[in-house]
Write a protein that binds this ligand. Structure first.
Ligand code: HEM
Length: 278
């Protein structure tokens, strides 16, 4: 998506130079793009991670030595001043890793934003529904449907911690188990007509007709007790706002290749999604 605007880049209330902001954006994009692959994309992701861990460690030191009022309440501030069980501040490198664990997945929402633009282009009837949605409930339903319909992480993997039997299947300790996120999000036993893009499955006066429990684009189970993504609410809120803004913008979509290859992880339309503001 191409969009130009004048803004002063900030991180946790601190001004970043344009170059710092651009490096952070490019590096986070490389990290998300290379999270599930070997080869050059993976190598770029590793280099980007190293570069940003170093840069953010410097920022953590900066926050500790020259506190600024605007940073209060930010993730940067929370991580910089977090104390471990012995009452010690985290060493700057560890703090940088933790901070990056918040910034990097937030950048990943851009993938869903691109899919939201794709959906609005393919099924433009949702534009008016989003524009008319003052309560935000349709926008939230739209965000859920984007996360269900479009592929991001195809599966999550884990090793069994002990011998166990699950649904009659014996699994020895240390067996590799995959949870098929894309498969479950398109399982016809759980979703009526799963390849139809329809946010109304998550809307309606009586709540969603398709239970949110079945929706696992960011992992399954309870985030408080397992590894399900704790950033789901942030993702849904950001995506709902972005989708509504996209629906309000006037733009043209030039000819491009909007096919989405399922063999790429994480995937995107082949041409990205280019739009020209009117
Ligand atoms: C495009 C948006 C996102 C997607 C597709 C996504 C997906 C995922 C997935 C698949 C997992 C692993 C779940 C599992 O192993 O069962 C995960 C874990 C995690 N996510 Fe997200 N996520 C997104 C956004 C976010 C955001 C915005 C944040 C925080 C600001 C976040 C923070 C985390 C953290 C900290 C974990 C590790 C949880 C743990 O291991 O206990 N994610 N995410």
């Amino acid at each position: 998506m191409r969009h130009t605007a004048t803004y002063r880049p900030r991180l946790g209330g601190r001004a970043l130079s344009d170059a710092q902001a651009a490096d952070l954006a490019v590096d986070c994009t490389s990290m998300v793009d290379g999270f599930a692959t070997l080869g050059p994309r993976h190598l770029r992701a590793r280099q980007a991670r190293r570069r940003q861990e170093q840069a953010l460690a410097g920022l953590i030191i900066d926050v500790r030595t020259t506190p600024e009022a605007d940073s209060t309440g930010s993730a940067l501030e929370a991580v910089a001043w977090h104390r471990d069980l012995d009452g010690n501040l985290l060493d700057p490198r560890t703090a940088a890793v933790e901070l990056l664990n918040i910034i990097r997945p937030t950048v990943a929402i851009a993938w869903f934003a691109t899919f939201a633009a794709h959906a609005l282009h393919r099924w433009p009837q949702h534009r008016d529904l989003l524009r008319a949605d003052t309560a935000g409930s349709y926008a939230e339903a739209f965000a859920h449907e984007v996360r269900r319909f479009y592929p991001f992480a195809p599966f999550v993997a884990g090793l069994t911690a002990q011998d166990l039997t699950w649904h009659g299947e014996h699994l020895p300790k240390d067996a590799l188990v995959l949870l098929d996120l894309y498969g479950q999000n398109h399982d016809p036993a759980l979703w009526e007509d799963p390849y139809r893009f329809d946010p109304r499955r998550f809307a309606g006066p009586e709540g969603p007709q398709d239970p949110l429990d079945n929706l696992i684009p960011q992992g399954g189970g309870d985030p408080a007790r397992g590894h399900r993504c704790p950033g789901e609410d942030i993702t849904v809120t950001a995506l709902a706002v972005i989708a509504t803004e996209l629906a309000r913008l006037d733009y043209d979509v030039p000819d491009q290749d909007l096919g989405i290859p399922l063999s790429r992880v994480p995937t995107l339309p082949r041409s990205g999604f280019e739009l020209h503001l009117r």
